[in-house]
Design a protein around this ligand. Sequence first.
Ligand SMILES: C[S@@+](CC[C@H](N)C(=O)[O-])C[C@H]1O[C@@H](n2cnc3c(N)ncnc32)[C@H](O)[C@@H]1O
Length: 271
Amino acid sequence: MRAGQDHQAREHYGDRIFHGGTAGELARLEALAAAFDPASRRWLAALGVGHGWRCLDVGAGPGSLTRWLAGQVGEDGEVVAVDRDTRFLERISHPRLRVVQADLTVEDPPLPGGYDLVHARFVLMHLREREELLDRLVSYLRPGGFLLVSDAADLASQSSPDHAFRRTMTGMWQALAATIGTDGQWGRQYPAALARRGLRVLGMAAELPVVSAASPLGVFWGLTFRECRAAISAHTDVRDETVDRALEYLGEPDTRDLSMAMIGGWGRRPG
Ligand SMILES: C[S@@+](CC[C@H](N)C(=O)[O-])C[C@H]1O[C@@H](n2cnc3c(N)ncnc32)[C@H](O)[C@@H]1O
């Protein structure tokens, strides 16, 4: 996977949209983590992650799960966190944590491989090279090691009772696909995608948090719609007034809705 002219000409996650230096980006990622960390931690704990494990967290972002993993592996374990933008990870100081800055779509970072656990959450869905990257993530596992990948499948926003919320969500996924190449239904592929790579598929689950003014996922959508507003206007027929109405809906005290699910798939490399 090398940077060709085609790659350089295209826009990617973090170039403009979701840039780590944007005011609000850390708060947006922290809201996402608050919505989904409890489920991710449950799934990781069920795999048995514990003392002595060597873990790789790919696209670790603000590092809430990285920090949690570092607390699980004990003195003999290690957690490596990779991201193209490590500014949020640099805030975490933990003796078991090593941070590696690398753009996974253009380089093979100097990782030793042989991990007991490889984890990636809400990363592959945003990368056009997701199929090749999933191959790479599997290759980083030791025989008998575990992969946990989690991504979006928007299961519920199209049945929302609110027209503006439905339209804005549709516009946002279309705008992200047109700009950075996001696939908002990628999590839906996991049973087949893991089995095709020779993993023994051990589990699959979906987490579907409530969207309300006070819920982490409601806060996340408010910040995400604001971040994507210009791209929605430029790439779809969803109007700015519709985005405004969706933001009002998210702020109303009575709003209780559903939207994107996180689909987690976990499997084990034979051997
Ligand atoms: C939506 S955030 C998810 C963060 C974290 N995994 C979580 O769930 O809390 C996506 C992360 O993937 C990282 N990322 C995006 N493209 C990347 C690439 N090509 N190489 C490495 N990391 C990348 C971003 O910088 C960001 O931290």
